[in-house]
Design a protein around this ligand. Structure first.
Ligand code: ADP
Ligand code: MG
Length: 287
């Protein structure tokens, strides 16, 4: 299998203070971390607050560079790349999904998904996509996340779960090497959370590589592998043995939380009436 992510000895320090004779404090956010992932993996990154998840996420996403160590993404060494190459990698190799969907408000689903194609960084000699191609690709990505019938809705006309689907389509439209999701269901209720996890499982089944930062073990149980950070070190790296199926859990959740339909409500009222009629009789019998 092909390594998509290959990190070796990643260190990231933050220097605090050190002005005017004041002693500088070095915060060691990542202390020499090794992490690799292959194409087709679905990994969750866990760990308590302050363990280094965001720092790792920023380096994984090429938003930040480590102080030491190497990070090769899809075969490109990022840690010593020029600013241009670094921006190219970020734009073309990574599909970001955030907790707050970060969609443009007065812009339709289709246009939101077209945007990364419009701002797509190109290699020398690589052609710009035509408007027609951009539209076709955005359409295909929205169909892939099940929103083929909501193309012209703006975010306020979509549920939170649907907005996150648009964001996922937007993340995939440039065909990145992997999807990097940061607490992607943090703003969603249980039903929508299960829907999004189901979508991720489906996309992963179709070959998409996903890295998801989460602090919820129940969500990590939908992925295939869990790495755990503590104090800037990777302290555990385990395959998920009893993997849950989000669509099955969603079906069960819906059953448990089903709103009673009109007919069922009428039936329930009848049953309550019957019970009320019987109650005095029962009381009498037991007296
Ligand atoms: N910009 C920064 N400046 C100084 N210290 C930082 C900065 N960002 C993070 N840290 C420190 O690095 C450590 C790891 O932080 P972070 O990566 O945000 O952890 P997590 O996302 O797991 O909560 C913490 O001790 C945090 O206080
Ligand atoms: Mg964090």
């Amino acid at each position: 299998m092909k390594a998509v992510i290959e990190m070796k000895g990643i260190q990231r320090f933050y220097k605090l203070g050190g002005k005017k004779g004041e002693e500088a404090v070095i915060v060691r956010a990542l202390r020499g971390l090794d992490f690799s992932a292959e194409a087709g993996e679905f990994v969750s990154v866990m760990g308590p607050s302050g363990s280094g998840k965001s720092t790792l996420m920023n380096i994984l996403g090429c938003l930040d560079k480590p102080n030491a160590g190497t990070y090769s993404l899809d075969g490109i060494e990022t840690s010593k790349s020029s600013a241009d190459t670094f921006a190219y990698i970020r734009n073309r190799k990574i599909g970001f999904v955030f907790q707050s969907f970060n969609l443009l408000g007065r812009t339709t689903a289709l246009e939101n998904v077209e945007l990364p194609l419009f701002y797509r960084r190109r290699e020398k000699g690589e052609k710009r996509f035509s408007a027609k191609t951009r539209k076709e690709k955005a359409l295909a990505a929205l169909k892939e996340v099940g929103l083929g019938k909501r193309l012209h809705h703006v975010p306020s006309q979509l549920s939170g779960g649907q907005q996150q689907r648009v964001a996922i389509a937007r993340a995939m439209v440039n065909d990145p090497a992997f999807i990097l999701a940061d607490e992607p269901t943090g703003n969603l209720d249980t039903g929508m959370t299960l829907e999004i996890m189901g979508l991720f499982q489906e996309l992963n089944n179709r070959g998409k590589t996903i890295v998801m930062v989460t602090h919820e073990p129940e969500l990590a149980a939908y992925t295939k592998r869990i790495v755990t950070l503590r104090d800037g070190e990777l302290v555990s790296d385990k395959p998920v043995t009893e993997r849950r199926n989000a669509m099955e859990d969603l079906a069960r959740w819906k059953q448990d939380h089903a709103l009673l339909s009109g007919e069922e409500l009428a039936g329930a009222a009848e049953a309550a009436e019957a019970a009320a009629a019987i109650a005095p009789v029962e009381e009498e019998l037991s007296a």
